[in-house]
Design a protein around this ligand. Structure first.
Ligand SMILES: NC(=O)c1ccc[n+]([C@@H]2O[C@H](COP(=O)([O-])OP(=O)(O)OC[C@H]3O[C@@H](n4cnc5c(N)ncnc54)[C@H](OP(=O)(O)O)[C@@H]3O)[C@@H](O)[C@H]2O)c1
Length: 257
């Protein structure tokens, strides 16, 4: 039995990781802010899959919340073998419309929490000479997309850099870069989604299956869908200005759904 810790486990991509990993027989530590939702999910996964599921209520936008999860990751008597840094969100509006406090909160959750939790987790993993970290970034990491894209670009660069530093230690790190996934993300951010074509939407469970395959293959970067692999190929060749014009609009329609 191994143990996986998933942040942002109660919804969307994190919940899909929880279902998949419980189905594979891993014990779980689920992290999010909503305690009631965490407990219901823990009971359901335990009852369905017979694995041990514990919960940690933590707001990763706060030092206390990050410290709570660091403490669990540092517990050498109950080692965590797989860390999924998944918690994240979008802000409503373009730059200067978003309050500075919200931009800073995004950097805290997407960057500082990922930095601190990855660091704490890989210390023990390196000693035990086994383990893995999946840091959920986004294809927005590769296109001009304000603080969100910049924070996800940091996740990609950071993860691939650490993966290189730890090469040979038997600890795997992978940045996962989804395209649009049907989750609570857009509704929570107050983003309308009707200008996103149907073919661009990914299913969270299929995304996680593909991500787990890429992790097993030892990839440090996963763009787990042929549609987005092709789009990212085109994006590399497209002039930066054109790319910015297209991508700053798609999926950024703010207002009612
Ligand atoms: N959906 C997409 O199209 C898409 C595309 C590319 C990348 N992503 C990335 O995928 C990740 C997961 O997003 P999702 O689409 O699954 O979103 P989601 O459905 O809104 O789920 C977000 C999860 O994160 C938790 N969370 C949010 N803020 C938190 C905080 N401050 N502290 C602790 N937990 C927090 C939420 O639970 P609580 O509210 O209970 O805390 C929830 O469990 C994010 O990093 C996002 O940037 C999403």
């Amino acid at each position: 039995m191994t143990t996986a810790l998933i942040t942002g486990a109660t919804a969307g991509i994190g919940a899909a990781f929880a279902r998949r990993l419980a189905g594979d027989g891993h014990n779980l530590v689920l992290v999010a802010r909503n305690e009631k939702r965490l407990r219901e999910q823990a009971t359901e996964l335990h009852d369905r899959h017979g694995v041990e599921v514990s919960v940690l209520v933590a707001d990763l936008a706060t030092d206390d919340g990050i410290a709570t999860v660091e403490k669990r990751l540092g517990d050498r008597t109950h080692p965590v073998d797989l860390l999924v840094n998944n918690a994240g969100f979008g802000n409503k509006g373009e730059f200067l419309e978003v309050p500075m406090a919200d931009e800073l909160t995004m950097l805290k959750v997407h960057c500082e929490a990922v930095l601190r939790l990855t660091s704490e987790a890989v210390k023990g993993m390196r000693e035990r000479r086994r383990g893995g970290v999946v840091n959920v970034a986004s294809v927005a990491a590769f296109v001009p997309r304000g603080t969100y894209g910049a924070s996800k670009a940091w996740v990609v660069q950071f993860t691939q850099g650490v993966a290189r530093d730890l090469a040979g230690s038997n600890v795997r790190l992978m940045a996962l870069c989804p395209g649009f996934v049907r989750t609570e993300f857009h509704e929570r951010a107050g983003m309308g989604t009707d200008n996103i074509p149907d073919w661009m939407w990914l299913d969270a469970d299929k995304l996680v299956d593909a991500a787990m395959k890429d992790l097993a293959r030892g990839k440090s970067l996963s763009v787990p869908d042929p549609r987005y692999k092709a789009l990212m190929g085109v994006a590399k060749l497209a002039p930066r200005n054109l790319l910015g014009g297209i991508t700053s609009k798609t999926g950024r329609k703010y207002g009612p759904q």
